[in-house]
Design a protein around this ligand. Sequence first.
Ligand code: PEP
Ligand code: MG
Length: 317
Amino acid sequence: ARAEALAEAHRPAMTRDGTHIEVFANLGSAAEAGRAVAGGAEGCGLLRTEFLFLDRADAPGEAEQARIYGEIAAALADRPLIVRTFDIGGDKPAPYLPMATEDNPALGLRGVRLNLARQDLLDTQLRAILAGVPAPQRRIMVPMVIEPAELAAVRDRLRAAERTLGIDRPTPLGVMVETPAAALGADAIAREADFLSIGSNDLTQYALACDRGNPATAARVDALHPAVLRLIALAAEGAARHGRWIGVCGGIASDPLATPLLIGLGVTELSVAIDQIAPVKARLRMLDLPACRDLARTALCLPDARAVRALAQEFAR
Ligand code: PEP
Ligand code: MG
């Protein structure tokens, strides 16, 4: 029975009506890549590269980063690897990043804003990704985007790095939808992006004005709030209009209760915690996409996250 469960975890997950939903893993270190593959991941949908940048005196160099990205790519054995550019900021200080103290670090110089303010660090990271990750596996994703110009600016740096290294195959460049602005403006962003991935943790924090790190508000940071689901629906519509794929890499992707809602809203990739790969795949195999679309439509009209959870629980029974 164990061997069978393992084999199931390694097969792609199809819904009952035959739609393949990709199940990827979120990674935050090189050591996890092998575990993700052993757990049945079809790729890495979010490599959080912050582990390379924090708790050290100097920024990581190109060779060091390239070696680590290469190790992760090798452990993934030909599966796609989506590397997120560094998402450090005022709340995670680094000695080599002199930054003013910010009253609101979550609203401050972080994500793509810091990427573009420190093009030296960005260029080094882009070259390291190009050098370390084989082209067929390689994808890059940008955090905290609010408008297409930010993506265009990163794309310029990426194309320049590709020219420097003599690479002529352009690397797919995607956007994290984790600000309300990115979800509301998904149509214009998707025109410029090769793919989109919803960062539901930050998207929920910003949509609900609830600090995800504050114990007094963290419990209310529930991505099943209908306001967040509406933003996800808009993002999925924008992606579809331009023929881009859209996934979810925030925490809600790991919750099998949310699976029918997310695919019902039009998401076709879920990047999850390693130990949730098998449960999410098992859930997907029980689902019928048209029924999920009806469920999602109903959820969008409910008043709060509690009502959506109750609906999802009822659906699961
Ligand atoms: C998110 O915000 O949902 C996300 C995936 O990014 P992080 O949790 O690293 O901010
Ligand atoms: Mg985020």
